[in-house]
Structure formats: C-alpha cells, structure tokens
Design a protein around this ligand. Structure first.
Ligand code: TPP
Ligand code: MG
Length: 629
C-alpha cells in the first residue's frame, strides 16, 4: 500500500504534530471544548536549538505560538503553572539549548515530577554524530559516550528519550503525550533533541499529523475494592475527608460536596486540594496538617477513619504521620502508588467517578450526627476567626504580618465590588506565606488557590503567576511572595509586561528567610545566615534592596506602601491597571498565625554544645511518640 508521506525535518515534524494535537477540555463550569493541547512553546534559543527547532517554530508561529522568556527555569515554571491552571488538560512545551539552558530546567522538571503536573521538555542535545565533540557547553563523561547534561532529567521525568534517528519520533512523541495525559502517570516528559538530528529530513506518513483528539481517561473502581471501601467507611462513626490535588485535577468538586453532604462527613483540605470545597461550605474545616486550621486538626486527632481523596499524603498533610496515624485510612486515588501509602485501604479510581460509585455503595449511611454537628460548629467558628485575624489592624508603629496583608489583598476586591474568593487566583510557593495562605485565603472557586507546596520551590511565584495568567487572562492573578523568593527568580515579571499578561505581585519584605530563621531557633539553633542583617561580615554593607525600583526596572508599575491601609488602596488601583504591578510592604517575621498547626518532623541534633539544641531534641523525641508505625 502506498502511504502518503511528507518530507520534513525532525524539528518540523515535532512542531507540526504538537500544533495539530487537540484535547477535549472540561472547563470549570462543566462545558467541554476541543482546544489545542499545547498552548504554546516557551523558548530560549542557543546553538543547540536555534537552527533546527527555531526554524520549525518560526514557520508554525501562527498555529503554535512561541514565547521568549528570560530564564529557562522561569519559563518552565510558567509552563507548569499553565498546566496546573488548566487542571492538567493543556500543556506548554519548553525548549532550551544544550548545557546550561537545559540544566536550568532540571529544577522545574523536579517540581512537575513531585507535583504530578505535565510539562514537555525539549532540550537541545550534543551532536549525535559526535564529530565536533566537545561542542561549546558539552558535559564530557570520561567513560560513557552517550551521556550528556540532559541525563540529569532522567530521575525527574516520568518519561525520557533521546531522539537519535528521525523515525524514533513516531514512537517517542506519542508515548510522551500518553504519559502526560494519563491521570495516574501524569508528570514531566523529556525528549532530548541532538542538534544534528533536529535538522535531519525524513519522509513522514501524513496521517502522523492527524492525531486523535485526546480524551482524558477516568478509570472506575473495581467492585472488590469498592465493596471493601464502603465496608470500612460504614464502620466509621467519626470519619474525616482529606481532599487533595486529585480532587481538583479530576474536577470532582461537585461530587465531593454532594458526598460530604449526603453522608455528613466534614472535609479538610491539603495544600494542593485547597479550593476543592468553597471556603464557606458548612462542612469545610479548612486546611489540615502542619499548616492546618484548629478545626481540621482537632477533628483529625479525634476521627476514626480518614478518607483521603487524591492526595500524596506528604508530611505537611499528615503532620509527619503523627496527626491522624491512629485512625484507619481509606485512600481513593487514581495512582496505586499513592492509594497504597501508609498501609491504607486502596480504592484505585478517578476521584470524581470513584466518589459517585462509593456514594451509591454507601446508600443512606451517614456519620454520627453529633460528629457532623460538631464539625459544622468548628467550621463556622474558624470562618469567623479568619475574619478576625485577617482584618486586624496592626498597632501604630508595628509592622504588619502576613495575615494582615492577606486581609488587605482580599478586601481590596470588595472595595471595588468584586469577590476575591471567586475573581482572584493567588499564586505562591515557599516561605511563611504558604502556611498563612493555607489557613487564611478564602477560595470560593476551584483553582483560585495556586500553590506549589509539593516542591515548594522558591522562585516559582512570579513565573507561576505568568503561566496562570496565560491560562486564565480574564482572572486577576495575584502573586504573593516573600523577599527571599522574589530575589531567587523574578525575571519573568519582564516577560509578563512584554506579553501584556498583567500580574499583581505583592511582595512581603521581612528582610530575609523568615520561616527558616524561625525553624532554626525552634530547633535550638542560633540565628545564623538567614536574616539579611545577621549576614553582614566585617567590612560588608547592609543590604538595602529597593524592590519597587527593581520592579520598575523590569517594566512593571511599582510602589512601596507604608502600611496595610495603603496596601488596600494600592491593590484597588492595581486591580484596575493593565500593566504588571509590584506592591512592596515591609512585614515582620516574628509573628505568624498561632491558631492551628501541627508538629512537623525536622531532625534535631542528638548532641550539641548548645543547651537549646539539647532541649529541642528532648521535645523532638517526645513528639515522635505520636508517630505510629
Ligand atoms: C529553591 C529553594 N531554595 C531553598 C528553599 C528553602 N527555603 C524555604 S522558604 C525559604 C526562605 C523564604 O524566604 P522568603 O521568601 O523571604 O519568605 P519568608 O520566610 O521570609 O516569609 C527557604 C530558604 C526552597 N524552598 N527553595
Ligand atoms: Mg522574607
């Protein structure tokens, strides 16, 4: 049989395939639309990709847009945020040259790997021919000729391949897409592209460029696991749901609310799962774990069965396995690796369909009514307390702390007739803020709490804000970031200005790595090497970074406000603006929200010359007693 072919280079074929790929995307309001799967390609060119991939991308730029960024880690973080904001149904690709461009993306690959988010990495690679070796930026192994810098991606991707011959793309590319679009396997994939291979021409079958529309799979539960799960839940009197990121990626929020209401089970949310249930839902206890609300953590300590849905059960959620290790565990997860954690009972299924199946199996069964009533009381009490904490005005002459800044950001929406809980997307990743936001941010719409607390990668914030805005240009994207994380990576702020994708950066300047300083002191350590003022050697100059000037220098409009009242006014202005904003406020690192919280295992030295460390070690051993095995 004669198959029609088309002669293209490897790079041209790759780009044409990506441009043709469509996915059936379910929007948060339930509508489905067929949209391009790949929303575009972030690219920083170098000799490893400019001639091959660069030529191919330029030719297809009307169909598959290319965006120029400023740092490869930044652009990959933006691509990850784009996929997260699209509930993993759409991706962006990222391409770099060989060497430093590629290894700059290794951190992002790890972030996506930990967070189970799709990312298509297309780094250039050294010559397949090996003839000009070593090329500029080539990592030379003395023993293995086929090792390059891109091998760093192997442990932090869910699929890795190096394209050494054109026809290999016919197999490797659909495999990479398969991995990213499978709900259980989902994660970053890497196709390393030797610069000569990118340019090789090949006769490709034309039908390769008409790939089928991607339809996301929803694996149902097996009858046996379902029956066992229903039996375990029915044995409970005081059950607690822990909702994780899987609830959001499966878009199971309506089913979660229906399930919780039908069976009288309160819901606590992990960092990734926050927003699964609206903040004002009477059964929403708020955040759980180390950064948990008093309501959620109290019931976590008292419950008899934990029903974990779509969560990786990381230490911040489980209080280092000491918060609810006494309870029986049922885990509904599409990924058996997660469902089987902590010797829980597994229910392997899609969260949305699994919840519906389990609800049917439970019939009219409910939790003890006293338990449900107690949960409602605690939930309502916490809602009122959040208002109190966030609307507090710091005494004159004292610096505000994060809770008060969060309140000003939220109320600035109300001041101009908006509801921050539904109109804003808040983006954050590391520092003091994730704890404060997990407790205090009010998420009224699934997806409007965008936190990387899986890799908790400083520097994700600004770039992540750009990616979220590219996915949802109609929403206000508010990046809340500490001075340390801002300094780690802020340059995609300039990209946001250039692309006309406005973000509002609220920068909390407490002059250093505040949360780590507190952790250091709590672990018995002396203040050391965290706060800027503790780090000036003899002859050094005190740090005096002008963050507003820094924001302005990158093209944003920026202002250093003097207090939370001015922040609130400036936020209202910033919301009306069209260009990216940086609002800087001085804060204290000495205060945090004391309500709630749970123990977190951080290993303390067994011997030390500091009595504070010895005391901390004794407290550490005491706390570990609750950590059942
Ligand atoms: C890339 C990276 N390096 C180091 C860390 C460890 N770390 C977590 S938070 C933090 C300090 C964050 O400082 P800042 O953003 O100013 O927030 P603050 O704690 O002061 O509120 C550090 C160093 C990290 N999470 N990510
Ligand atoms: Mg700081």
């Amino acid at each position: 049989m004669d198959r029609k072919t088309v002669r293209l280079t490897v790079a041209q074929a790759l780009v044409r395939y990506l441009a043709a790929l469509k996915a059936e995307v379910t929007q948060p309001d339930g509508r489905t639309e067929v949209l391009p799967y790949c929303g575009g390609v972030f690219s920083i060119f170098g000799h490893g990709n400019v001639a091959g991939l660069g030529e191919a991308l330029q030719a297809e730029k009307e169909v598959l847009p290319t965006f120029r960024a400023h740092n490869e880690q930044g652009m990959a973080n933006a691509a990850i945020a784009y996929a997260k904001t699209n509930f993993r149904q759409r991706i962006m690709a990222v391409t770099s040259s060989i060497g430093p461009g590629a290894t700059n993306m290794v951190t992002s690959a790890a972030l996506a790997h930990v967070a189970r988010l799709p990312l298509l990495l297309l780094p250039g690679d050294v010559f397949n021919s090996r003839l000009p070796d070593p090329v500029l930026q080539q990592v030379e192994s003395f023993e293995q000729g086929d090792v390059s810098a891109n091998d760093c991606f192997r442990p932090v991707t869910r699929y890795f391949d190096r394209i050494t011959t054109p026809e290999q793309l016919l197999v490797a590319l659909p495999r990479a897409i398969q991995v990213m679009t499978d709900p259980a396997q989902c994660g970053p994939v890497c196709l390393a592209l030797p610069q000569d291979v990118q340019t090789f021409a090949h006769d490709w079958p034309e039908d390769f460029f008409q790939p089928e529309v991607i339809r996301f799979r929803r694996p149902p539960a097996e009858a046996r696991e379902l029956a066992a799960a229903a039996e375990l839940l029915k044995s409970a009197k005081k059950p607690l749901i822990v909702a994780g990121g899987g609830v959001l990626y499966s878009q199971a929020w309506a089913e979660l609310a229906a399930f919780a209401e039908a069976h009288g089970i309160p819901v606590a949310e992990s960092q990734a799962g926050k927003g699964s249930l609206g903040w004002s839902h009477p059964l929403n206890l708020g955040s759980i774990g180390v950064t948990g609300s008093p309501a959620a953590n109290r019931l976590a300590e008292d419950c008899d069965v934990v029903f974990a849905i779509g969560t990786r059960l990381q230490d911040f959620t489980t209080g280092s396995h000491a918060l609810f290790a006494h309870a029986k565990l049922l885990s509904l997860n599409v990924q058996p690796f997660d469902a089987g954690k902590k010797r829980g009972r597994m229910l392997v299924a899609d969260a949305r369909d699994g919840l519906a199946q389990l609800g049917a199996a439970l019939g009219a069964w409910t939790a003890d009514t006293a338990w449900t009533a107690q949960a409602r009381d605690l939930a309502a009490g916490w809602v009122a307390r959040v208002t109190e904490l966030t609307l507090n005005t710091p005494a004159a002459g004292t610096l505000p702390y994060d809770a008060e800044v969060i309140g000003a950001v939220r109320e600035s929406a109300a001041d101009i007739g908006l509801d921050s809980g539904t109109s804003d997307i808040v983006v954050c990743a590391a520092g003091t803020l994730p704890a404060e936001l997990h407790k205090l941010w009010r998420s009224g719409t699934p997806g409007n709490y965008h936190m990387d607390y899986a890799y908790s990668c400083m520097g994700y914030e600004v770039a992540g804000g750009l990616g979220a805005k590219m996915a949802r240009p109609e929403r206000e994207v508010i990046v809340m970031v500490g001075d340390g994380s801002y300094m780690m990576l802020n340059n995609e702020l300039a990209t946001s200005v250039m692309l006309g994708r406005k973000i509002i950066v609220v920068l909390l300047d407490n002059r250093g790595y505040g949360c780590i300083e507190r952790l250091q002191v709590k672990s018995g350590g002396a203040s050391f090497n965290n706060m800027l003022d503790d780090c000036i050697p003899e002859g050094g100059v005190p740090s005096a970074i002008d963050f507003a000037m820094n924001g302005r220098s990158l093209g944003a409009e920026a202002v250093h406000v003097k207090d939370v009242a001015e922040l609130r006014r400036e936020m209202a202005r910033a919301r009306r603006a069209t260009r990216s904003q940086v609002l800087v406020i001085d804060t204290t690192h000495h205060r945090t929200t004391g309500d709630g919280g749970a123990w977190w295992e951080v290993a303390v030295p067994q011997v030390s010359q500091r009595p504070e460390v010895e005391a901390a070690h004794a407290r550490y051993l005491e706390a570990k007693k609750k950590q059942f095995n």
